[in-house]
Design a protein around this ligand. Structure first.
Ligand code: ZN
Length: 265
């Protein structure tokens, strides 16, 4: 019987990923042609972290940007993966794999290029939310999913990482930034905007929305605004312009504004 697998994650608290037994799934330890593919919903370790231990010919379905992120992270993360047999997920573009029709839905998540997955086969429909949220920079994707969901779903598998934290409200990414011309809020991004010179933040490197928030806060740093204002004056001598904030300059390349990001989660 043909099968597919939705995510092949590594628990986040595992120290030695090589020592962890693989889930008992035919096709994981040795090739099995009935395993048609493994879908990686997004580039978070608890969704892809064991993929590197699967047979190299295993078909992997993953977003293009997510694949690039994992390739880049391969240098730093032992459990990262470089897949040989790849089918790229694209927002709302169905993929036929044996008896399965797989339709990805781009979602808002702290990992870039994240998808919910609709699987159709033999007249049944299963919807897997992957990890998703509504308060990120692409919260509009959550609204789109709510207003235009896949209909007539027989089985729903939902993420529930924070389902037990009902008393805890999450600020939106936009709320973490200081509005231009106001005092920075007491948040990580606000701190980055308030701190002269270089500042540091420790964070999952895959959390591109937060990196973008830091970049935006830094962009609105008072000194940087001053630099831009002075540079805009005609005739001003370049050597009298203060050196630009290096972090702001770096972040402009690593964290483009959300509106200019290519399709991704
Ligand atoms: Zn995740």
């Amino acid at each position: 019987m043909a099968r597919i697998v939705l995510d092949v994650g590594l628990p986040l608290d595992v120290v030695d990923s090589d020592a962890l037994p693989l889930p008992s799934v035919s096709g994981f330890e040795a090739p099995d042609v009935s395993l048609l593919g493994v879908i990686i919903s997004h580039p978070h370790q608890d969704h892809y972290g064991l993929a590197y231990r699967l047979p190299s010919e295993t078909r992997c379905l993953i977003g293009e940007a997510a694949r690039s992120i994992l390739l880049a992270a391969d240098v730093f993360t032992p459990a990262s993966a470089s897949f040989e047999n790849v089918t790229l997920l694209k927002d709302r573009e169905p993929i036929t794999l044996g008896p399965f029709t797989i339709t990805p839905f781009l979602v808002d998540h702290s990992a870039y290029d994240a998808y919910a997955i609709l699987v159709e086969a033999e007249g049944k429909r299963l919807f897997y939310s992957g990890d998703l949220r509504a308060h990120g920079r692409k919260g509009r994707l959550f609204e789109r999913l709510v207003h235009d969901p896949p209909g007539s779903v027989d089985v729903l598998i939902m993420e529930g990482t924070t389902i037990g934290r009902q008393a805890q409200a999450f600020p939106t990414e936009a709320a973490l930034e200081p509005p231009t011309g106001t005092a920075p809020p007491a948040t990580e991004a606000g701190q980055a905007g308030r701190t002269p010179g270089r500042s540091a933040s420790t964070r999952n490197g895959g959390n591109t929305p937060r990196i973008s928030s830091l970049g935006r806060a830094r962009r609105d740093h008072e000194g940087c605004r001053g630099v831009r204002a002075r540079r805009s004056r005609p005739g001003r001598r370049r050597d009298r312009v203060p050196p630009r904030c290096r972090l702001s300059r770096a972040l402009r390349f690593t964290a483009p504004a959300a509106g200019r990001l290519p399709a991704g989660g």
